[in-house]
Design a protein around this ligand. Structure first.
Ligand SMILES: Cc1cc2nc3c(=O)[nH]c(=O)nc-3n(C[C@H](O)[C@H](O)[C@H](O)COP(=O)(O)O)c2cc1C
Length: 346
C-alpha cells in the first residue's frame, strides 16, 4: 500500500472537509499556504457509482493539491467498494469515510454521524473499502452521539444542509461530563481498529452540539491511548496558538483546520511558522488584496462564472474586521467578474 500519511512530516496540518467551502479554488489557496493534506468536501458514494456528473465535477482536483483525500458518505458496503475503485482510478491519494457529519443531506440517507450509533455497520463499511482499494483509507468521526438523538432533530437551514447555531441550549448537555447513554469515538475506534485504517480525524464535539459545543479533549486523549496510527485533532482551531495547545494537550499527530481558515488560508503558514519558531507574521491589507485576487483568478480559471458566484462568501470572509467591512461585504457578495472585485477592493 502506498501510505502517503506515513511520509508526512509531523505535526500534520490538514484542511478539513467542508461542503460548499473546500472547493478546488479554496483548496489550492490552502495548499499554497502550506496545508500538508487536503480533504475534498463530502461526496455521495451512491452518486459516484451511478456516475453523477455533478459529483464528479465537484471532486475534480488539480495535481498541485496532492496529497489529496476525497471524502465519501453513504451506508452500503457494496457501494463503497465500487466507489473506492472509481476514486482510486481518478488518482486520489486517500479516501476518507464520513462518520461525523450531521448535515441533513448525509444523515437523511443513514450516513455520516448517524452511523456512529451503529459501530458494527461502520466496521462493515471500513472493511469493504479497505479491501477494495490500495490507497490509504481514513475516517472522520465525532466525540459522541447520544443513543436517543435522531437525525430528525436536524433542520435544514442552508444550501449545504448544515445547521447553524446551537441545537440544544443546555450547556451541561455536552462536553466531558455528558451522560453515559451515548456512543463515543472510543467505542467506534474499538470496532474498526482491526482494519487497516491509516488515519483518523476526530472532531471533538458531540452530535448534539455539532459546531459550537466545547471540544471534548478528554475523548481525544482516550482515543490517543488506543490509536497509534495518525490522529488529527479537529474542532475550534482558529489560531496557531490553539493548534499548538491542542497538539500538546491531546498528543495528536496533527490538526484538521476547518472554519479557522475561512478568509485566512494563510493560517496554515502562520501555524507552521509558530510551531517551528514560536512566532508568525500577520499580512497587511494590501497583501491580502493580492491573495484575494489570486483566489479569484483560480476560481475563474477552474470554474468560470460559477466559480466567481461561489467565491462571494469567501470574499466576505476575507474582509471581516476591516474598516468599512460592511460596505465592502455588501458589494462583494454581488460580484460577477474579476474586474468588479478589483474595483471594489481598490
Ligand atoms: C460549512 C461546513 C461544511 C462542512 N462539511 C463537512 C464535510 O463535507 N465533511 C465532514 O466530514 N465535515 C464537514 N464539516 C465539519 C468540519 O470538517 C469540521 O469538523 C467542523 O467544522 C469543526 O471544525 P472547526 O471548529 O475547525 O470548524 C463541515 C463544517 C462546515 C462549517
Amino acid at each position: 500500500m502506498n501510505n502517503f500519511w506515513q511520509k508526512l512530516d509531523k505535526p500534520i496540518l490538514a484542511l478539513a472537509p467542508m461542503a460548499g467551502v473546500t472547493d478546488i479554488a479554496f483548496r489550492q489557496m490552502c495548499k499554497h499556504f502550506g496545508a500538508d493534506v487536503i480533504y475534498t468536501e463530502f461526496a455521495s458514494a451512491d452518486a459516484l457509482v451511478h456516475n453523477a456528473k455533478k459529483t464528479l465535477e465537484m471532486i475534480k482536483f488539480d495535481q498541485s493539491e496532492k496529497p489529496i483525500v476525497v471524502q465519501i458518505f453513504g451506508n452500503k458496503p457494496e457501494i463503497f467498494q465500487k466507489a473506492g475503485k472509481i476514486l482510486e482510478e481518478l488518482g486520489f491519494d486517500g479516501i476518507d469515510i464520513n462518520f461525523g457529519c450531521p448535515a441533513y443531506k448525509v444523515v437523511r440517507h443513514g450516513g455520516g454521524v448517524s452511523l456512529m450509533k451503529e459501530p458494527a455497520r461502520c466496521a462493515e463499511l471500513v472493511q469493504a473499502l479497505t479491501e477494495s482499494v490500495k490507497i490509504p483509507v481514513s475516517i472522520k468521526i465525532r466525540a459522541s452521539i447520544k443513543k436517543n438523538s435522531s437525525a430528525k432533530k436536524i433542520k435544514r437551514t442552508s444550501d449545504h444542509g448544515f445547521i447553524e447555531g446551537p441545537l440544544i441550549t443546555d450547556p451541561t448537555d455536552c462536553g466531558p461530563n455528558s451522560d453515559l447513554d451515548e456512543v463515543t469515538a472510543v467505542d467506534l475506534v474499538q470496532h474498526i481498529i482491526k482494519f487497516p485504517v491509516a488515519a483518523l480525524m476526530l472532531h471533538a464535539r458531540s452530535f448534539e452540539r455539532p459546531f459550537d459545543g466545547v471540544p471534548n479533549i478528554d475523548i481525544v486523549k482516550q482515543v490517543r491511548k488506543i490509536w497509534d496510527r495518525i490522529l488529527l485533532y479537529n474542532g475550534g482551531v482558529t489560531t496557531p496558538e490553539i493548534a499548538q495547545a491542542m497538539l500538546v494537550e491531546t498528543g495528536a499527530d496533527g490538526v484538521g483546520i476547518a472554519r479557522g481558515a475561512w478568509g485566512k488560508p494563510w493560517l496554515f503558514q502562520q501555524t507552521k511558522d509558530f510551531l517551528k519558531t514560536g512566532k508568525y507574521s500577520a499580512y497587511s491589507e494590501s497583501e491580502i488584496k493580492n491573495f484575494i485576487m489570486q483566489h479569484a483568478d483560480i476560481a475563474w480559471r477552474e470554474k468560470g462564472q460559477r466559480g466567481l458566484i461561489e467565491l462571494r462568501k469567501h470574499l466576505s470572509w476575507y474582509v471581516k474586521g476591516w474598516p468599512q467591512a460592511k460596505q465592502l461585504r455588501d458589494q462583494l457578495v454581488k460580484i460577477n467578474s474579476i474586474a468588479e472585485i478589483k474595483k471594489i477592493l481598490n
